[in-house]
Design a protein around this ligand. Sequence first.
Ligand SMILES: Nc1nc2c(c(=O)[nH]1)N[C@H]1C(S)=C(S)[C@@H](COP(=O)(O)O)O[C@H]1N2
Ligand SMILES: [Mo]
Length: 310
Amino acid sequence: MKPYKAPAIPASEITPKALFYARRKFMQTAGGAALAALLPQTTRAAGSFGDLKKSTYGAEEELTPLTAITAYNNFYEFGTGKEDPAARAGSLKTRPWSVSVEGEVHKPKVFDIDDILKMAPLEERIYRLRCVEAWSMVVPWLGFPLAELLKRVEPTGNAKYVEFVSLHDPAQMPGQKSTVLDWPYREGLRIDEAMHPLTLLTLGLYGDVLPNQNGAPIRMVIPWKYGFKSAKSIVGIRLLEQQPVTSWMRTGPNEYGFYANVNPEVDHPRWSQAKERRIGEFLKRKTLMFNGYADEVAPLYAGMDLSKYF
Ligand SMILES: Nc1nc2c(c(=O)[nH]1)N[C@H]1C(S)=C(S)[C@@H](COP(=O)(O)O)O[C@H]1N2
Ligand SMILES: [Mo]
């Protein structure tokens, strides 16, 4: 991966969904309710999920427009260019789809995606996603804590790590004909990170199902870690006793560690991590420790040397 270069962001279009979110934003400000009443009521339809549990995360942040979130992506299964996933991910078939949860568990199970969708109430969570390439976005994700799924398979006492495995099918994913990564894409977490309430099993964004280029039909979002930890289009979740070797660790062990916590004080060997560019903004902003989630997650790493465990 390379550091941030100015993206070609399409101008934000006025879609019904964008209006719905604009209206909601008005509602959050004093006097906003009166102004919001002037916006067309038809914009209240919030995509295919209907009413959602309201977010308690990041509500103060300005959302990145849907058009940018779906036009500027890292999804190497569809090519290494930022615009490749939007152009090429139409070939991904998201039904039927199942996720095998296996390994160090008492009740391994292959879950159908439509059963996962009904497993727990979907909640909207506005999280920052900070890429290792020093750009960031603010996304209204939809999902529920991964812990909800993990408790159903009853991890054994040996389950110390969780590995996520993305789909491997070069017929659907043309980027897999290249050897830029060792396919399938693999990521992982320590079990306490995986069970943390911020760790979101993600099924949608902006009120609707995930666009293919954002990892349909199911992906991870771990908001205090660099974006590459958040594996897309997952078909396998394996509980392990040993720390797995992730795709990026295999490709560049000196550059991409297992933890990959957002940390402005530990630079990437080839560029600084002190600042980031929020997509759509001109001036860089300071990167926050653990991407701004330090109050919640810093205790997970108490006593660890974060420049060694990067
Ligand atoms: N399977 C898979 N998952 C992946 C990637 C990938 O190439 N393949 N890229 C990662 C990186 S580097 C980032 S920054 C995020 C981007 O997510 P977004 O496109 O939804 O913003 O997805 C992550 N998950
Ligand atoms: Mo990334």
